[in-house]
Design a protein around this ligand. Sequence first.
Ligand SMILES: [Zn+2]
Length: 571
Amino acid sequence: MGRIERWTLGFLSLGSMMAIVVGLPIQLSHSALLPPPADVLLVGGRVYPLWPTPDAVVSAIAIRQGRIAALGSDEALRAWRGPRTRVIDLRGSTVLPGLTDAHVHLAGLGRLRRQLVLTGTRSKEEVLQKLRDYARKHPALSWIVGRGWDQNDWPDPRLPDRADLDRVVPDRPVYLTRIDGHAAWVNTKALERAGIGPTTPDPPGGRILRRPDGSPTGVLLDRAAELVQRVMPEPTVEDWMADLEAGARACIEAGLTEVHDAGISPATWEAYVRLVERGRLPIRVYAMAMYRSGLDERLLAEGPIIGLGDGRLTLRAIKVLSDGALGSRGAALLEPYADEPDSTGLLLVEPDELVGLAHRALDAGVQLAVHAIGDRANRMVLDAFETAFRERPCRDCRFRIEHAQVVHPQDIPRLARLGVVPSMQPTHATSDMPWAPSRLGPGRLQGAYAWRSILQTGAKIAGGSDAPVEEISPLLGLYAAITRQDLRGQPAGGWLPEERVSPLEALRMFTEWAAYAAFEESGRGTLRPGNWADLTVLDGDPLQVEPLEIPRLRVRMTVVGGRIVYESWSP
Ligand SMILES: [Zn+2]
């Protein structure tokens, strides 16, 4: 009997909340029908719940037991105020469903804070100066590891040589990852440690760049970098925990409530589980096991792990690399590179292998998330998925393509038709636009970073950053998706402007559709009553301000499961 009453009350309050949202007065005629008091009541805001319609707007939210209890006007939600309710006046701030980044490398992001940071350097000399300072500051480090250089940003955009590094650090190995993670620049000491010399053959899926005399230049493409990584000291689980915590900290400061971690090892998973057990993971993480890391086999054998630590941590997907990146010409293209006519890039996985893996994933209820940048890689992945689904129909399997950066126009409709979720990073377009046309030539730009064309076919794009390849801030992602311009507003009107999305679509990419890509839309991604109270509070409205203002908005609060995990109200 008691259970039935509770159910009835729940039903009635859901009915009233719906009435509030459409602006009708609530009728609570009996005190027994008063809602239980909220733990937190947010009032005086501009709230975009993306529910019950995508363009709904309210001013107040009641939060109870970590979840959205009700939405409405300040007036309508007075009934939720109890003696112990914490009332927060938002003073006109904007509240969004907790922003989600669908493609992050969280440990890499955290490690950046501990490593030599070369992101944004404008010349080789600047890189070498930073290396000199860092080596002096850390005399005890046995290896000097850094990342973020990009020769495309230098006055002389030729790839560098190990001799440059040897001049600065001759006595310790130096390993510097390129901005896209698909090339490493190392010194002679590092090559010696790895045993790489003139006679070392290129490993499968990788290339050792060579001087005219055949000796290595010190630049290692894609899997050739693994030859050096193999001899570097292994991080401990404690190292991983420190990296993940530093990464999570950067995320909550940027207003993110969840990230999808695009490819982790067994040791990283172990570190995640320990952080959750100790209550030290402030954001939600949807993790993808890296293919052939060992964690993928465990996932296929034991099945998904969903919502550890009150919905904090999920392991449900396997991340596979199918090609390299455009910047280092490792992306697999159907036709040769416009600026390197004898190369079409590298495929890193065999089609049959991918079909076999897809079968196993479908049997185990595991999602596949396949990195594909070039149009050849994207077609190969779609072909493999289509073949796999013929034998084992995909019922809501939501296989993903990470990046889907250059898709042949004929393949674009196949994404939605096959139920594949494109997971795309708007800032990649604005970072790549200065040089992508020379890699691709004018003919192939039509399917490049083609958000509008993809949305028009009915696919839901999950938005992300690929941090630390790009900056972590989701505001930069919203801005890039809406404008296709750099931070100075160039080029006027945006690069390939027909592929821009509306502000509301951009917001859905980083909320609702990112949640869909993780099977989480019934618990988060919108502020529907009953969902987790995951919120991002900003000092301005990204749907209303001039787009150039979006990157300058400030995060006032980040709320995960009703708990404020980050707060900054200073001007
Ligand atoms: Zn990535």
